[in-house]
Design a protein around this ligand. Structure first.
Ligand SMILES: NC(=O)c1ccc[n+]([C@@H]2O[C@H](COP(=O)([O-])OP(=O)(O)OC[C@H]3O[C@@H](n4cnc5c(N)ncnc54)[C@H](OP(=O)(O)O)[C@@H]3O)[C@@H](O)[C@H]2O)c1
Length: 221
């Protein structure tokens, strides 16, 4: 039996990363809900995608987006996400939450970890063990995701305590057009989050518009 594709709610779906993810997953046939603090902004953004892709992307306020979804993506600025986490905690129980946020402090070439050591761990502790938090996508450039003609030249680190949830996320990463690697439990998100600041520095230093990382396997295959 063919498994139905999960409904993905992207919170912060009106933003740069959210838009890039929505475009790629909509193209791959996933049902998408864009979440926003403003239902109108979400509906407007969804309509733009539907005109472009002949898809059925929907737009809701963040809380309604969570209740209608199988899987949730956090794509909002890290230092503004606490209120959002509070408001979605009940609706997220039992679901997979992909945390793509990075605790970057201005000028965003360094990370500022919370007391719980990384944003992924903090989200897991906050939402509770019944929410399967998977940290991923911190090292993919939003502009590259949004450009569907761009062949993604990077890998994605996927960290989480629930192996099955990580496999689901790896499949979604594949649908974006790149490869995901299960890279350990949620505490390992520390490394992925920290890498973002290195990549932003490299972008600026070498005038690159979206440096990424690759996992090599030590063979020519
Ligand atoms: N940009 C990238 O290349 C990239 C790559 C990997 C990871 N990330 C991470 O992904 C997250 C989003 O990045 P972005 O560049 O997409 O950011 P962004 O465009 O600045 O913001 C994304 C969305 O977050 C919502 N938002 C803004 N302030 C908020 C608040 N106080 N509370 C709740 N929602 C708020 C806004 O949506 P509404 O106004 O519609 O609510 C906005 O459209 C960040 O944590 C970033 O570190 C970004």
């Amino acid at each position: 039996m063919v498994q139905a594709k999960p409904i993905i709610a992207i919170l912060g779906g009106t933003g740069a990363l959210g838009n890039g993810l929505a475009r790629r997953w909509a193209r791959a046939g996933y049902p998408i809900i864009l979440g926003s603090r403003s239902e109108k902004r979400a509906i407007d953004s969804a309509e733009e995608l539907n005109v472009e892709f002949d898809s059925s992307v929907r737009g809701f306020d963040n809380i309604s987006a969570v209740s209608g979804a199988d899987l949730i993506v956090l794509a909002v600025p890290y230092f503004q996400r606490k209120e959002l986490l509070q408001s979605i905690k009940a609706g997220a129980q039992g679901k997979v939450v992909i945390d793509a946020t990075v605790p970057l402090s201005p000028p965003v070439t360094s990370v500022r970890f919370p007391d719980s050591e990384c944003g992924g761990r903090e989200a897991q502790d906050y939402l509770g063990e019944d929410v399967k938090v998977v940290s991923a996508l911190q090292n993919v450039a939003a502009n590259h995701l949004a450009d569907l003609d761009h062949k993604l030249d990077c890998d994605v680190l996927v960290c989480g305590n629930d192996r099955e949830a990580c496999e689901i996320v790896i499949e979604l990463v594949g649908a974006l057009g790149t490869r995901g690697w299960h890279a350990g439990g949620i505490d390992n998100a520390t490394a992925a989050e920290a890498l973002t600041s290195l990549l932003i520095f490299i972008n600026r230093r070498y005038k690159i518009d979206g440096a990424g990382i690759r996992i090599t396997t030590g063979t020519d295959d």
